[in-house]
Ligand binder design. Structure first.
Ligand code: PCA
Length: 325
């Protein structure tokens, strides 16, 4: 009797299991806060995938460097420690130099041009991601990069000896060229570093200033629109290929939608974040013509260095970028 009952129970539970879609879980690592618009966008992407696959693919988001530090995220995904990840593309330039194209100063100064650059940059990048065992899903830019400072800056000399917060090779190189001391501070630690007097100025978006409540120590913001760096969201190729074709299609569709939504959110936040800095007492000013000339000269120097390091692939992007058909 007992045996009979057991086999009947087994049959019931097996019957039930066959009606439920086999579930796959992906861990997605990001180095930005849960409240960041990039992370919120990823959460929506995860919900869309969940819905479209009827629970078949669950994407668990680990924000704030909890699964891997920002700089280590692409390696973690490549090695399969996390199935998916998000990082700022310039954190990958050592492995994929082409990923640095969007952080060359003063090439892109509007969202429209950022979009054009992205279209030209994407095919080459997809190839490199594939070669590294990853699939690029989508990319979304940060709002334009401006200059935050605790003191008014009139000319390049005002940077000499100051502690300039950096987050990638571009900002590091600019700090060096200005004779400032580069201080590497993660985006999520900017507020703390300012409070501890570890930094005097930085080039980043007004939004990053707002998220870190930089008012108080930061008194000036200059809208120099230096570049529009992008965050990329990607997945380990094997994890992607292991999905059923319908689930793969659902991921790609949701990724396309996340990209459109992310660009819109970025643009809306670009304007509101600058206003929020102003409302909190930060002076929004223009840089002097002298400083403008000097940083543009530095930008050109940086682009020459970058083009040299990338080689022919740089031409594939910048020849059509500067000479659209
Ligand atoms: N915020 C990030 C990257 C670019 C931006 O606007 C940061 O400051 O680290």
């Amino acid at each position: 009797m007992r045996k009979l009952l057991m086999s009947a129970l087994c049959a019931v539970s097996l019957g039930h299991a066959s009606t439920v879609v086999a579930q796959t879980t992906w861990k997605l690592a990001t180095g930005y806060r849960a409240e960041s618009f990039h992370t919120q966008n990823i959460q929506q992407f995860a919900r869309d995938v969940d819905l479209a696959t009827r629970g078949g693919l669950l994407i668990q988001v680990y924000p704030n460097n909890t699964l891997a530090r920002l700089a280590d995220i692409s390696a973690a995904v490549q090695q399969g420690k996390a199935e998916a990840g998000e990082t700022i593309m310039t954190s990958m330039v050592k492995d994929i130099p082409l990923a640095g194209a969007d952080s060359i100063p003063f090439v892109v100064t509007s969202y429209k041009d950022a979009q054009r650059l992205w279209k030209l940059q994407r095919p080459g990048l997809e190839k490199h991601f594939n070669e590294h065992g990853m699939k690029l899903l989508y990319a979304v830019p940060w709002p334009p990069q401006g200059l935050h400072s605790n003191k008014p800056v009139r000319g390049p000399v005002d940077f000499r000896g100051t502690q300039m917060r950096t987050y990638n090779q571009t900002t590091m190189r600019i700090a060096e060229m200005l004779g400032a001391k580069p201080v590497d501070v993660a985006m999520v630690d900017v507020g703390k570093a300012l409070a501890e007097g570890r930094m005097d100025n930085m080039i980043t978006s007004a939004l990053t200033g707002v998220e870190n409540k930089v008012w108080g120590p930061i008194k000036y913001y200059y809208e120099i629109n230096a570049w529009f760096p992008k965050n990329a969201v990607f997945v380990n190729s094997k994890a992607f290929e292991a999905l059923k074709p319908e689930a793969r299609a659902a991921v790609l569709k949701a990724a396309g939608e996340a990209e459109v939504r992310g660009w819109q959110a970025s643009q809306a936040l670009a304007a509101s974040a600058t206003e929020e800095l102003r409302a909190n007492g930060v002076k929004i000013e223009r840089i002097s013509p002298e400083l403008d000339t000097e940083i543009k000269r530095m930008g050109e120097k940086f682009s020459r260095e970058w083009i040299r390091s990338v080689g022919n692939e740089a031409n594939d992007i910048f020849v059509p970028y500067y000479m659209p058909q």
